[in-house]
Write a protein that binds this ligand. Structure first.
Ligand SMILES: *[C@@H]1O[C@H](CO)[C@@H](O)[C@H](O)[C@H]1NC(C)=O
Ligand SMILES: *[C@@H]1O[C@H](CO)[C@@H](O)[C@H](O)[C@H]1NC(C)=O
Ligand SMILES: *[C@@H]1O[C@H](CO)[C@@H](O)[C@H](O)[C@H]1NC(C)=O
Ligand SMILES: *[C@@H]1O[C@H](CO)[C@@H](O)[C@H](O)[C@H]1NC(C)=O
Ligand SMILES: *[C@@H]1O[C@H](CO)[C@@H](O)[C@H](O)[C@H]1NC(C)=O
Ligand SMILES: *[C@@H]1O[C@H](CO)[C@@H](O)[C@H](O)[C@H]1NC(C)=O
Ligand SMILES: *[C@@H]1O[C@H](CO)[C@@H](O)[C@H](O)[C@H]1NC(C)=O
Ligand SMILES: *[C@@H]1O[C@H](CO)[C@@H](O)[C@H](O)[C@H]1NC(C)=O
Ligand SMILES: *[C@@H]1O[C@H](CO)[C@@H](O)[C@H](O)[C@H]1NC(C)=O
Ligand SMILES: *[C@@H]1O[C@H](CO)[C@@H](O)[C@H](O)[C@H]1NC(C)=O
Ligand SMILES: *[C@@H]1O[C@H](CO)[C@@H](O)[C@H](O)[C@H]1NC(C)=O
Ligand SMILES: *[C@@H]1O[C@H](CO)[C@@H](O)[C@H](O)[C@H]1NC(C)=O
Length: 508
């Protein structure tokens, strides 16, 4: 789960809390800081140390005295006060604000090379041939000096930046530099395509037998520098999608940019696609422990969650022509590390991240649903295996929603229950699974639970794994599971929900 997902979840919990007529005694509305968005009642625990703060927008800033907000409030180097408060892993500073805060003028900016974040795209087969959904961002990266970068990086790491190991400081600086970039609006993007050479032991597609060409995308970048369009391409030797089951790989270079390389996956109309979240399912993030979540994202090298890489490798080797699509709602600015890590550790595949231009609350809260719907509608005959963990409130809503909206397209839903193994006290809501056949989904505890399942044969449930599903709010750590939880879960009393929400604030 990502921070932004935590924010989204928080906003939902917050909405629940505000719907309750008599708030729990510890809750007290706070003044509204930013009136741009539709408001939900702000919610904060009074007692110090205050650790979780719900802001009126989708913002959940996680803070303690030594943590992020206090640093932001004191305005590191005066830079942040100029930028306004960048919400934690959301609403990162953009464009002009970065430029003015770093004191770069237009001429200096113009002299910088153009960079392209080229997210590995998927393509589908249509009556007109192949088309590729190119998506990413065009930006310039200021040459920020070490002193400034250290100050800025200090915002994102809990505790004292200087206490980190040199390699951790280096990673934090690198990520910070990726956040403090100037996006390029209204520019044209041209891609050069050519067959992707075989990539050693990595699975996830074959070298395309042709397809070399240059192609200019039909629209210029948005105000935030984003591009995201389906663009038809020429065959030039590619295999038609209805004559092959294999996934053809093309390398895609954004022309005129350094850093703009990616691989595109031409995915035939039928077959299986794994859609996988990354945080706390493929790698250890521990977002439900904010300090750990920050260190694991900004400072420490990415580490795999137990033997998940073996499970994916096995799926890739046993399900023919399996397509992998990594869908994380982490903001696109910080996804290079994710891609580097995934492609070293897991099968190759296409990527989706949170684009920049999702600034209104409705779209922000539904970004995962938006991206899932897009891939489901792009491959109406493919079957999907959806994988994530229970700490994403949007996953808990959107995965079962896909199973009911597109019943013939969801093959399996696999959800790691983080509260069964980790210090995760955020309850998860299983109500969306009511009415879905147990053979289609499984809550699991460790990667081994996924071994030896006949996925293509339609059995996604390992009957040795006790499920405890209550079709309501649950959390192993809070003891809300199994039969003991059923009274809580089946009660529609909002006061009870409010109690759970309030309890969370005290515990967290
Ligand atoms: C493959 O698709 C193309 C384009 O949609 C179509 O013209 C052709 O008839 C199809 N071939 C087969 C064998 O279905
Ligand atoms: C680093 O950059 C900042 C902001 O542009 C500037 O104020 C400062 O003097 C620079 N420091 C060094 C050591 O160059
Ligand atoms: C930081 O970025 C530099 C330049 O791209 C790279 O050489 C270095 O390995 C990166 N360090 C870490 C810890 O990611
Ligand atoms: C984009 O740039 C072109 C050429 O400079 C200009 O004509 C057009 O108005 C610009 N569009 C927007 C939306 O700024
Ligand atoms: C797109 O951007 C290019 C510059 O990259 C500009 O010349 C062109 O006019 C723009 N097109 C539109 C439709 O705004
Ligand atoms: C591929 O091989 C390299 C070393 O030969 C190894 O480090 C890496 O983990 C392997 N990757 C996969 C996906 O098996
Ligand atoms: C991107 O690909 C081009 C063409 O193969 C290559 O010249 C360039 O070095 C690559 N850039 C990176 C950063 O890998
Ligand atoms: C290909 O993807 C586009 C965009 O999602 C979709 O509108 C179209 O129906 C898809 N084509 C086929 C043949 O499935
Ligand atoms: C669930 O699915 C299995 C396998 O498709 C089927 O045998 C079983 O009857 C279904 N159960 C219900 C309650 O529909
Ligand atoms: C089910 O889970 C257990 C425990 O992790 C594992 O040993 C077993 O291989 C899994 N698969 C099946 C089909 O039982
Ligand atoms: C991989 O698949 C084979 C065959 O189904 C099975 O024997 C083996 O246990 C699997 N390993 C993992 C890690 O799932
Ligand atoms: C189900 O509950 C048991 C305790 O009764 C627990 O050990 C197990 O982890 C739970 N299973 C899941 C999938 O959460």
């Amino acid at each position: 789960m990502t921070y932004s997902q935590l924010l989204a979840g928080a906003a939902i919990l917050c909405a629940v809390a505000s719907a309750v007529p008599a708030p729990a005694p510890t809750a007290k509305p706070q003044p509204v800081a930013d009136a741009q968005q539709p408001q939900v009642t702000p919610f904060r625990v009074q007692n110090e140390p205050t650790r979780v703060l719900f802001e009126p927008t989708t913002t959940l800033a996680i803070y303690r005295r030594d943590n992020i907000l206090s640093k932001i409030e004191s305005g590191v180097g005066g830079v942040l006060s100029k930028l306004g408060i960048p919400n934690f892993f959301q609403d990162f500073p953009t464009g002009d604000k970065v430029q003015s805060s770093l004191g770069i003028d237009d001429a200096q900016l113009a002299a910088l090379p153009t960079q392209v974040l080229n997210l590995p795209p998927y393509g589908n087969w249509t009556d007109q041939g192949w088309q590729i959904r190119f998506h990413g961002n065009v930006y310039k990266q200021p040459n920020t000096n070490l002193t400034t970068l250290n100050k800025l990086a200090n915002i994102f790491v809990p505790g004292d930046f200087n206490q980190l190991q040199p390699s951790e400081q280096d990673q934090a600086r690198n990520l910070t530099a990726e956040i403090f970039v100037v996006q390029q609006a209204n520019v044209s993007v041209t891609m050069h395509l050519e067959p992707a050479p075989p990539s050693g032991n990595q699975t996830g597609g074959v070298t395309a037998p042709g397809g070399s060409q240059d192609i200019t995308l039909p629209y210029n970048t948005t105000a935030e520098g984003d591009f995201d369009n389906f663009t038809p391409i020429k065959m030039n030797g590619l295999l038609p999608g209805n004559q092959t089951a294999e996934i053809q790989k093309l390398n895609v270079y954004a022309t005129g940019a350094t850093l703009g390389n990616a691989t595109a996956y031409l995915v035939p109309p039928t077959g299986y696609t794994v859609i996988s979240d990354i945080d706390d399912i493929l790698r250890v993030t521990k977002i439900y422990q904010p300090k750990e979540g920050l260190l694991n994202s900004f400072a420490r090298p990415f580490a795999s969650w137990l033997n998940m890489p073996d499970i994916y490798a096995n799926w890739s080797n046993t399900v023919p022509n399996l397509h992998f699509h990594y869908l994380t709602t982490t903001p696109e600015q910080v996804t290079r590390n994710y891609m580097d890590y995934i492609f070293k550790t897991y099968p190759l595949g296409s990527f989706d991240t949170r684009p920049l231009n999702f600034s209104d609350i409705a779209a922000t809260l539904s970004i995962r649903k938006f991206l899932l719907t897009k891939i489901f509608e792009t491959f109406p005959q493919r079957k999907f295996i959806l994988v994530a963990d229970t700490s994403n409130s949007d996953v808990m809503k959107d995965y079962p929603l896909m199973a009911t909206t597109y019943p013939n397209q969801v093959q399996c839903i696999f959800l790691r229950n983080t509260s069964a193994t980790d210090d995760d006290k955020f309850p998860y809501d299983t109500s969306g699974f009511k009415g879905i056949n147990q053979t289609k989904y499984m809550f699991f505890i460790q990667p081994d639970d996924l071994m030896n399942l006949n996925i293509a044969g339609g059995n996604c449930y390992n009957s040795t794994i006790k499920q405890n599903v209550t079709f309501g709010l649950q959390d192993e750590l809070l003891g809300i599971h199994g039969s003991s939880a059923s009274t809580l879960a089946t009660s529609s009393s909002s006061a009870l929900i409010a109690f759970i929400v309030a309890a969370l604030f005290l515990i967290t």
